[in-house]
Write a protein that binds this ligand. Structure first.
Ligand code: 9MR
Length: 449
């Protein structure tokens, strides 16, 4: 799926205080997100997504606002999709794919053939029985998602760690050294439009393992075996730090003509050191034109497979970290102001108004939109708020989060919910909604309630 999406930003403000006239400052017209900052440089910015977390409104709100690519974290793996031989189970992965489509996000498929997370029946197979089961699996899953996947991790983690450059021993490897190319050919036959990637960890710098992958790519190209991309997982911590030759390694693969993708980025740490490492990764991708984008392996630190390393861009509350700001700046963007800057024409005492203002930020595409609304308290703390939005004719809200909507068409009022009604003076909170048709573009009124 190579769908291009127009990103449209709409910024409006409403003030409740009579006589307080707010004008927009021209600089306040961009709601920057990870996705928009990357898109401005023709890159995607993705995250791993867990289906069972989609009902968490904070999680879903960040997902919809910030990311342009999603990777099901576990839902497309062999154990999830074929729990019994030749009996397929796609519901969790389908949920993620359908939701991504609704939100204009693309999908990386992960992973078709891997030594790990195999269902019990497959892990106990060997020889030709395992080889046929693997081909059947790759064919069935890639066919099910045909046309909906930007890139597949066809084979994951097939090389050994260390200095040998050898294949990893596994039941799949023991079916014959050609198992990788057989998997790639089966994936190509099933979904010719998907890019086909080899994905691994500890291949992020120039080393024996990454050189073995490099040689595999060259060999496939020489023999006409399909391969379009290489994924660099990029799980970094003190035992496995961001290598100094990261960019050079990405570039040597790009020079072979394959796309490179940063597929599972997370960096243990905190504060400036973590923020600087994230910036270095972004700069490396920007410097390599064939680097298509970056996927982080989860949204909040608490969502990470290594939660105690606090390796992601949002803290457990869903608040942006220094690393988030660093990523945005490394893409050459600036973080959005949390609300429009009032002009000098504001008549409220002290240069600010009581009540609240509402700022809309919309990502729209043909037939749909996602809008995030920032509610900012004026000079007085809020204990609750209401925001009135007028939808264009034909538009309908299909989903909203962190607020209660009065309806789905026409004039809709969004009311605060228990956990976000209290907003300190000058502070902000947010909610969002998605819909079909054209995005709202009027001036929402925010009322203290
Ligand atoms: O993040 C995934 C975690 O929820 C699973 O328990 C784990 C099981 O193997 O897999 C994690 O994701 C891995 C990914 O699929 C491949 N590269 C390494 C990732 C972290 O272990």
């Amino acid at each position: 799926m190579r769908r291009s999406r127009a990103i449209l930003t709409v910024l409006t403000a409403g003030a409740v205080t009579a006589g307080a006239v707010l004008a927009l400052s021209p600089s306040a017209n961009a709601a920057t997100t990870l996705g928009s900052a990357a898109a401005a440089k023709s890159k995607y910015f993705g995250t791993a997504v867990a289906a069972y977390k989609l009902s968490d409104t904070v999680y879903a709100g960040i997902l919809d606002r910030e990311f342009t690519m999603v990777t099901p974290e576990n839902e497309m793996k062999w154990d999830a999709t074929e729990p019994s031989q030749n009996s397929f189970s796609y519901s969790s992965a389908d949920t993620i794919v359908a939701r991504a489509k609704t939100n204009g996000q693309r999908v990386r498929g992960h992973a078709l053939a891997w030594h790990s997370q195999q269902p019990g029946w497959a892990s106990s197979l060997s020889g030709t029985a395992l080889r046929s089961a693997m081909v059947n699996h790759v064919t069935a899953v890639a066919t099910h998602y045909k046309g909906q996947i930007y890139a597949w991790d066809v084979v994951n983690e097939a090389f050994a760690d260390g200095s040998t450059g050898a294949r990893r021993d596994s039941n799949l490897q023991r079916t014959g050294n050609d198992w990788i190319e057989v998997a790639f050919k089966a994936a190509r036959a099933a979904d010719p439009a998907a890019k086909l990637c080899y994905n691994d960890y500890n291949t992020d710098g120039v080393n024996a393992k990454s050189t073995a992958v490099y040689n595999l790519v060259k060999d496939f190209q020489a023999r006409g075996v399909p391969i379009d991309c290489v994924g660099f997982q990029s799980h970094f911590n003190s035992a496995s730090p961001l290598p100094s030759d990261y960019q050079a390694n990405l570039q040597r693969f790009a020079d072979l003509g394959v796309e490179v993708q940063i597929t599972e980025l997370d960096i243990a740490g905190s504060g400036t050191a973590q923020a600087d490492s994230y910036a270095t990764v972004v700069q490396a991708c920007l410097a390599v034109s064939k680097c298509a984008g970056i996927t982080v392996w989860g949204i909040r630190d608490s969502d990470s497979w290594r939660a105690s390393d606090t390796p992601l861009l949002f803290d457990a509350n869903g608040t942006t970290k220094a690393a988030y700001t660093s990523v945005i700046s490394a893409f050459g963007a600036t973080t959005s102001p949390s609300s429009p800057t009032p002009s000098a024409s504001s008549s409220a005492p002290g240069g600010g108004a009581a009540g609240c203002t509402a700022t809309l930020s919309t990502n729209a595409w043909t037939g749909g939109f996602v809008t995030t609304v920032t509610v900012k308290a004026g000079t007085t703390a809020l204990t609750g708020w209401r925001v009135a939005v007028t939808l264009p004719t034909g538009a309908a809200i299909t989903n909203s989060w962190s607020s209660t909507a009065s309806g789905s068409t026409g004039a809709v009022t969004f009311s605060s919910v228990g956990y976000n009604g209290g907003v300190a003076a000058g502070a902000s909170t947010s909610f969002g909604f998605q819909g079909t048709g054209s995005a709202p573009s009027g001036t929402p009124t925010c009322t203290s309630a």
